[in-house]
Write a protein that binds this ligand. Structure first.
Ligand code: EPS
Length: 384
């Protein structure tokens, strides 16, 4: 399973091509669009979200709602392109001056992007580095979820920190899944939610931005996705790569994460138990469902730290890349907190990786073969 995305934030469309999906998987377009809507609805987003109402248009690889086994091409249109075609049209002459960005923003891809690609205009960089691209990644992940639904593998995510407001409570998977979409900040504790909203408002009033931490959970993952046999087959490595490759993510933890360093071994490992009903289980899940680069069958638990968005309404000191004079960074329309959106994005990014490793492990060109292979693996594990 692999995918590519293409498209600029204010271009015509975002396009993704997802290759390796088995045939005869039924797709539910409403569920995919619901994911896209959730990505857009978080508290703290800017004016752009009032313009866009993202929905997907499937251009290939699917017939009569069922996958054909070939690459699936997915389009998410940018409604804002109407207002940007004179600056962004790919093949006509365009107005290069009106939207030119020369005062590069600290913490953004602007500066190094211009140096590396030989641009005098950071617009050429920010259009692609923009987190608008995550709409494509959510669409791809949403399709992966629909593949895995056939095997009762489910995903959820929530916000556990905005700035220094933390939700340290432990929640069951189902509680998060049932409640998270009712919260504007994707926090399932009503009191903490209020504090988070207050924090976002406070930060916005000062022209600043704020980051946070999101937690992703995956339920009913079979044991043995990934492998200990080589570094690049370890599923935790691949999860970290895809998540760190998501705009603004600065850290990824699995299970208790960095806390492994603060505790003795007896408080880090999960004891192994067996009973006839549940089979082989772990008594705790501190290692977040991954041991030796392989899923254990326990819930996969991942946390990601998102940095505050670098586009500030009270800009930091920087330089003009063309004159090299000191300037304040450019002010662009922006979100002041995108942590709730990041929770939806990371959940779908994880769905792609889990699906990729699931298909690698189970194999099968079509849903029937996949189910047979799955059943035979589960039966063999059950016999142990
Ligand atoms: C973004 C800037 C804002 C965000 C955008 C990401 O857009 P604009 O420049 O049009 O105001 O709203 O996010 C999205 C459009 C999105 O769909 O998530 C940036 O600079 O990264």
């Amino acid at each position: 399973l692999r995918y590519l995305t293409s498209g600029e934030s204010h271009g015509q469309s975002l396009i993704s091509i997802l290759d390796g999906v088995p045939s005869n998987i039924e797709l539910n377009i409403d569920e995919i669009n619901e994911e896209l809507k959730n990505r857009q609805s978080g508290y703290g987003r800017g004016k752009r979200m009032e313009i866009e109402q993202d929905t997907i248009n499937i251009l290939g690889g699917v017939r009569g709602k069922k996958t054909l086994g070939g690459p699936i091409s997915i389009e998410v249109k940018n409604k804002d392109y109407e207002n940007w075609s004179k600056y962004m049209n790919p093949m006509d002459d365009v107005d290069l001056e009106s939207k030119k960005v020369s005062n590069v923003r600290p913490g953004h891809a602007d500066l190094v992007g211009c140096l590396k690609y030989d641009f005098d205009d950071a617009r050429n960089v920010l259009e692609r580095s923009s987190a608008r691209e995550t709409a494509s990644r959510v669409a791809v992940g949403a399709i992966c979820k629909q593949i895995l639904k056939n095997f009762d593998i489910y995903f959820t995510s929530h916000v556990v920190q905005i700035g220094n407001i933390k939700d340290n409570n432990l929640y069951e998977f189902d509680y998060i899944k049932e409640n998270v979409d009712n919260s504007q900040v994707r926090c399932v504790n009503k009191d903490i939610e209020k504090d988070m909203i207050h924090e976002i408002d406070k930060v916005k009033s000062t022209g600043d931005t704020i980051g946070g931490v999101v937690e992703i959970r995956v339920k009913n993952v079979i044991p043995g996705l990934g492998s200990y046999t080589h570094f690049d087959k370890k599923i935790d490595g691949e999860l970290a790569m895809h998540l760190m490759g998501t705009q603004a993510i600065k850290g990824v933890e699995i299970g208790i994460g960095f806390d492994v360093a603060n505790n003795y071994g007896s408080k880090v490992m999960d004891e192994i138990i067996y009973n006839d009903e549940d089979g082989i289980r772990r008594n705790t899940n501190r290692l977040g469902g991954i041991e030796g680069g392989m899923t254990t069958g326990e819930e996969v638990i991942i946390r990601c730290a998102m940095k505050p968005i670098p586009t500030l309404y009270k800009p930091l000191n920087s330089i003009n890349i063309n004159t090299l004079e000191s300037y304040q960074a450019s002010i662009e329309r922006s979100d002041n907190c995108a942590v709730p959106a990041c929770s939806v994005v990371c959940e779908n990014v994880v769905a792609f990786v889990i699906c990729k490793y699931f298909l690698d492990k189970i194999g099968g060109d079509n849903l029937l073969d996949l189910k047979e292979n799955y059943n035979s693996y589960i039966k063999r594990l059950g016999d142990r």
